[in-house]
Design a protein around this ligand. Structure first.
Ligand code: SF4
Length: 315
């Protein structure tokens, strides 16, 4: 029998489905939007070209059409969802690029129209730790009184040498500072990491999860590295400059990472969602469900759970 309390479907890790059902008692879906921001490592303030793996859409491949007004984007996507789940409520998810990289007025104008909608339960903002300041976070904490605010914080790795290589333009210390600011204002934080970044060893990836698993974060998204068209990573891949993870290696690493993560932390994702038309590698990533099934299978066979090796050492 499954002993893990944070799952409704026999998983051995804290599922996002469990979190949402427990909190909202109804189906809640994220509507991904594109508010036409950029990133400091794209526009020259910290670098050019963005992260070496990032698509031209700024990791917003499934977000609404940037040429449409935000409310139209929301209508278009939510109507499709409504056909599938008629009683569905939503989280407006500003996904593409860095959604706090700009003047406060732009951020307010982006969020304001969504605060009055009854069927919107929360506002999620994808951003970077170096693009948060007290003024923005204070405003978001006000929004948090009306709608739940979720900060989706890109980190990818705790290892600064890798961050440099992938052109992140911020350090792990800056991540810790951004996280601490969000938590001072009581904002929930979901951290994004990637397994398989160039030249990272299995031990480095596990160290990333182990370290984050100790922190005051509320959720984690684990992705595999995608090589997509028209990126610097594509050139590196075609020049055979680094090794990609195999499917089995990815599964083994994720299972090991989960063991070190505090069971209170929600695992929002254990695979990625690359846009198939632009995907160059790994092609095994397309079959997401089978990857998730094999993670479950290995955890069951080895009788292990999220956090079974977690020991709190950081206060
Ligand atoms: S910070 Fe995010 S959106 Fe911006 S370039 Fe990097 S991965 Fe892409």
């Amino acid at each position: 029998m499954n002993q893990f309390k944070y799952s409704l479907d026999n998983k051995r890790y804290h599922t996002y489905n469990y979190y949402l059902k427990n909190k909202y008692h109804q189906k809640v879906a994220k509507v991904a939007l594109n508010a036409d921001f950029t990133c400091p490592n794209r526009d020259g303030s910290k670098g050019y070209g963005g992260c070496i793996f990032c698509s031209s859409s700024g990791s917003g491949d499934y977000a609404g059409n940037v040429h449409d007004h935000l409310e139209k984007q929301f209508q278009t996507i939510s109507q499709i969802m409504k056909r599938k789940w008629p009683e569905c409520a939503y989280i407006a998810y500003f996904q593409a690029n860095t959604n706090t990289y700009g003047p406060l007025d732009k951020i307010k104008n982006m969020i304001q129209p969504f605060l009055e909608k009854e069927d919107i339960k929360g506002i999620a903002l994808a951003t970077r730790p170096d693009c948060l300041n007290e003024e923005i976070v204070c405003y978001l904490s006000e929004v948090n009184q009306t709608k739940d605010v979720y900060i989706e914080l890109g980190l990818q790795t705790i290892h600064d040498e890798t961050s440099k290589l992938i052109n992140r333009g911020h350090t792990y210390q800056e991540f810790l500072d951004g996280l601490s600011l969000c938590r001072q204002y009581n904002l929930e934080v979901c951290v994004h990491i990637i397994n398989g970044l160039p030249f990272e060893t299995k031990e480095m990836m596990i160290e990333t999860a182990k370290t984050l698993g100790q922190l005051d974060i509320q959720a984690l998204k684990i992705h595999m590295l995608f090589v997509v068209k028209n990126t610097k990573l594509q050139q590196m891949y075609e020049n055979h400059e680094f090794e990609m993870l195999t499917r089995q290696e990815y599964i083994d690493i994720v299972v090991e990472q989960l063991r070190y993560i505090n069971p209170e932390i929600v695992l929002e994702r254990l695979t990625g969602d690359g846009k198939i038309d632009d995907l160059i590698a790994p092609m095994w990533s397309i079959k997401k469900v089978t990857i998730l099934n094999d993670i479950d299978k290995q955890m069951k066979e080895r009788d292990i759970y999220q956090g079974d090796l977690y020991k709190k050492t950081v206060q």
